[in-house]
Ligand binder design. Structure first.
Ligand code: SF4
Ligand code: SF4
Length: 394
């Protein structure tokens, strides 16, 4: 196993993400026997970082992880959990919520604790004084119940930079969605640089983009097989991330034994990608994109009569083109109504100045339609809000 030193801890570079445990059909309960077996093998081969969140699997992720880990000494592994600010039904007793997580995880402290899903939309909650989240979390850290504080982030680089500037010195690490596709598609490179420049650790989520990079199209699979017929597509995605020196932990949401076995093999030793391998990955990434070639130059922004953040919206559009996901919707949810794509009046000023020749008004109108018909965070989080109310007897 490859390890990293981070602020006094020796962390396995492969972290076990606990959000995708298999559930039994019918009961909906986590298949604990499989979780135990996966953990046993991972621990035997050196994995010592386990990551869960209050909201994963309606709380079952925390309890199931705890059951599997209870068979090992607490000091032999690092436990990470997340505060569900993005899913709150309104201001709640933050300490009670945190203590419920501790109880479910069978511990009295977390090694790593994160504000969950800080992004353009959820910032409104995390920073709202009525919710009192940041002061309460800092108090818990002061009391020693949190060893290292960080946050996970699905937001864009501008938001990330502003948030880190505002709370300078508060966080030690940031967890971002990063893989060889999002390196350019979701500006993961920029985010990696922003975090690294501040001397903070980078944690990785979605290394294989929810399985997309582990199950490539036939033609892309053939490109990788030509390099090495034995290596899995997922192993290339992980090796790309291993090559980023400031990546401390790469989380993989493993739910089947073969994934654990394959990942453990990949993390046995550091094997940097050759130039040819890296070129092939970027070629595959390009073939998966279907959006517009916006470079983020912002030439179009000054003359927009509505003041739209055009490159930001182009970015949302490009993400939607790869994957019709809640993540992209959430980024638009975070904008005021008059800054969303539907506010575009189609004047075409932007297209005249765009060096990439992008037909921005047409893209805006398509994006407005996709967004209107897409999933909304407010709807998606209703179930979680009800669960939190029930958990806190509200
Ligand atoms: S077409 Fe839309 S995005 Fe472009 S400048 Fe006009 S209002 Fe702004
Ligand atoms: S001018 Fe074109 S490439 Fe530049 S930010 Fe605007 S849309 Fe993107």
């Amino acid at each position: 196993m490859i390890y990293n030193e981070f602020n006094g801890d020796k962390l396995s570079r492969l972290g076990f993400g606990c959000m995708r445990f298999m559930t039994e059909s019918g009961s909906g309960n986590v298949d604990q026997e499989t979780v135990d077996r996966m953990f046993d093998l991972a621990i035997e081969k050196g994995v010592n970082y386990f990551d869960t969140a209050y909201v994963y699997l309606g709380g079952q992720s925390e309890t199931s992880m705890a059951k599997a880990l209870a068979r090992y000494p607490r000091e032999s592994y690092f436990l990470a959990d997340k505060f569900p600010g993005h899913s709150l039904p309104g201001p709640v007793d933050n300490r009670a919520l945190f203590e419920l997580s501790l109880k479910r995880c069978g511990t009295d402290y977390f090694d790593y604790y994160l504000l969950h899903n800080v992004m353009e939309w959820s910032l409104k909650i995390y920073e709202d004084p009525a919710y009192h989240i940041i002061p309460d979390i800092l108090k818990l850290k002061e009391e020693g119940k949190i060893r290292h504080l960080g946050f996970s982030c699905h937001g864009g680089p501008e938001m990330l930079e502003a948030f880190l500037d505002k709370y300078e010195g508060m966080f030690e690490f940031v967890q971002i969605q990063c893989n060889y596709l999002d390196w350019t598609l979701q500006d993961a490179k920029k985010k990696y640089d922003i975090i690294t420049k501040r001397g903070l650790g980078v944690w990785i989520m979605e290394p294989v983009r929810g399985g997309k990079l582990a199950n490539l199209s036939e033609s892309n699979t053939a490109k990788l097989k030509a390099l090495d017929p034995e290596a899995s597509a997922a192993s290339y995605a992980f090796r790309f991330l291993q090559g980023l020196p400031n990546v401390k932990v790469i989380l993989s949401g493993m739910n089947e034994m073969f994934q654990v076995e394959d990942n453990l093999k990949t993390f046995e030793e550091y094997r940097p990608l050759s130039v040819k391998e890296e070129d092939t990955l970027f070629e595959i990434a390009e073939s998966m994109k279907g959006g517009v070639p916006c470079t983020g130059c912002r030439y179009c922004c000054e003359g927009c009569p509505i003041g739209l953040n055009i490159p930001y919206l182009m970015d949302c559009y490009n993400t939607f083109k790869v994957d019709f996901s809640l993540n992209s919707s959430m980024r638009i949810d975070g904008l005021e109504e008059d800054k969303r794509p539907a506010a575009c009046i189609g004047c075409g000023q932007c297209s005249h100045v765009c060096p990439q020749g992008i037909d921005v008004p047409t893209v805006m109108s398509e994006l407005a339609e996709i967004y209107a018909n897409g999933p909304k965070w407010a709807d998606a989080s209703k179930g979680r809000q009800e669960t939190i109310k029930k958990d806190l007897h509200m």
